[in-house]
Design a protein around this ligand. Structure first.
Ligand SMILES: [Fe+2]
Ligand SMILES: [Fe+2]
Length: 393
């Protein structure tokens, strides 16, 4: 690709971002604002983002100065797996086991709720259309996981450069390898088992751009390790519980073991740093966290799926936003890792408890006392568990 082509992509993206940025988050359920963000760059081959950060050397090489990070690093070195040899790619994927846990009823989850709405465009759908939706939704979700994994790959490479502590640089370097493996296995699954994919959702793309563009090293952590990876860990867990497809199940179990460490890395690093920030600096972090939460909620409205299915997008997105909070279990579960981790970092109640009130409005505050991932990651050790089982058999 020539430099001229790259510049053209960069210029176009600058224009799009200015046009598409949601500056007003006071009404997070404004459907026109949500739908104003559409993916205009589906044909771009690369996407350039300026990362605005200084690469930091440290001359303090004392390993273990931060014992919790050192422990995590040692764990990570022992928990590496190989996507080519530890997963059985000879397994033939049965599509009926790939979606909805093998359930014969694809009217499952938030999409199924749409069928109960008066005048819904999907009200009279037949079984074939519901089956198509289930497959499209899963293809879309797996595609967004893939793109999010690449975001994590770039963010952790940036953290290696920008974090000032040697224990954190060491750990982040292991995470770069983890994320390369995650990109690799999701891409291979989509390519060889699903045979289809979706471009990146623009809400997710804008969020990843915002995280990478920010010059403050802790914002990469907050956006990626706490928010994006916290949501991913919950979403992978949800899919892991539902699917009966053995290759996907093992893939998710191994990826989740890594992700739990990654979220713990964010919690353990930011806890120390946030203790020294002023109230106004903490407020900026609260707002950044909330904006990330809204963008992630918006991405799960899967507007690209409705477009591909050829049904009116607006009433369906409206319907998904209007699902009563107590009935939207899927959305709630997505926040089950984020909220306790924000609480552990002191972000929920700092200042005038601004973030607590926002999470109350999103209907997800009930997770605040769930176990935080800073403590929970050791339970996810899939590689260690499998090695132990193999050694004793
Ligand atoms: Fe990952
Ligand atoms: Fe990760």
């Amino acid at each position: 690709m020539t430099g001229g082509t790259v510049r053209r992509i960069v210029c176009r993206m600058t224009l799009d971002r200015d046009q598409l940025r949601r500056t007003d988050l006071t009404d997070v359920n404004d459907i026109d604002a949500i739908l104003a963000v559409t993916n205009t760059d589906v044909d771009e081959a690369i996407h350039a983002v300026r990362d605005n950060a200084e690469a930091i050397f440290t001359w303090d090489y004392e390993k273990g100065a931060r014992p919790a990070l050192n422990k995590l690093y040692e764990k990570a070195k022992n928990s590496q797996w190989n996507g080519e040899t530890d997963l059985d790619w000879s397994i033939e994927v049965d599509p009926t086991k790939w979606f909805a846990g093998g359930s014969t009823d694809p009217r499952f989850g938030p999409e199924g709720y749409l069928a109960t709405m008066p005048g819904s465009p999907v009200k009279n759908w037949d079984d074939e259309q519901w089956t198509q939706l289930a497959n499209e939704s899963l293809t879309w979700r797996m595609s967004q996981f893939l793109h999010g994994e690449q975001g994590a790959l770039l963010c952790t490479a940036k953290i290696v450069e920008t974090v000032p502590w040697i224990d954190a640089k060491y750990y982040a370097a292991t995470q770069v390898m983890d994320e390369a493996r995650h990109v690799e296995v999701f891409a291979k699954y989509l390519d060889t088992k699903v045979g289809d994919s979706y471009p990146i959702n623009t809400h997710l793309k804008l969020l990843l751009d915002d995280i990478i563009e920010d010059s403050r090293w802790d914002m990469t952590y907050l956006g990626m390790q706490i928010m994006v990876e916290g949501l991913a860990l919950a979403a992978f867990g949800f899919m892991y519980q539902l699917t009966e497809e053995p290759l996907l199940k093992k893939l998710l179990r191994y990826v989740m073991a890594d992700e739990a460490r990654h979220v713990a890395f964010g919690v353990l690093s930011l806890q120390e740093y946030y203790a020294g920030l002023s109230q106004s600096e903490i407020r900026e972090r609260q707002e950044f966290a909330f904006e990330a939460a809204v963008r992630m909620r918006d991405r799960f409205l899967q507007q690209e799926v409705w477009e591909r299915m050829g049904v009116p997008v607006k009433p369906l997105v409206r319907g998904l936003v209007d699902i009563p909070q107590e009935e939207n279990v899927f959305q709630q579960i997505l926040f089950s890792k984020i909220v306790p981790n924000c609480k552990k970092l002191g972000l929920l109640d700092a200042g005038d408890a601004w973030l607590r009130r926002r999470f109350e409005e999103l209907g997800v505050i009930q997770f605040e006392d769930w176990v935080d991932t800073g403590a929970e990651y050791e339970e996810f050790d899939a590689v260690g568990q499998d090695r132990e089982a193999a050694a004793s058999s």
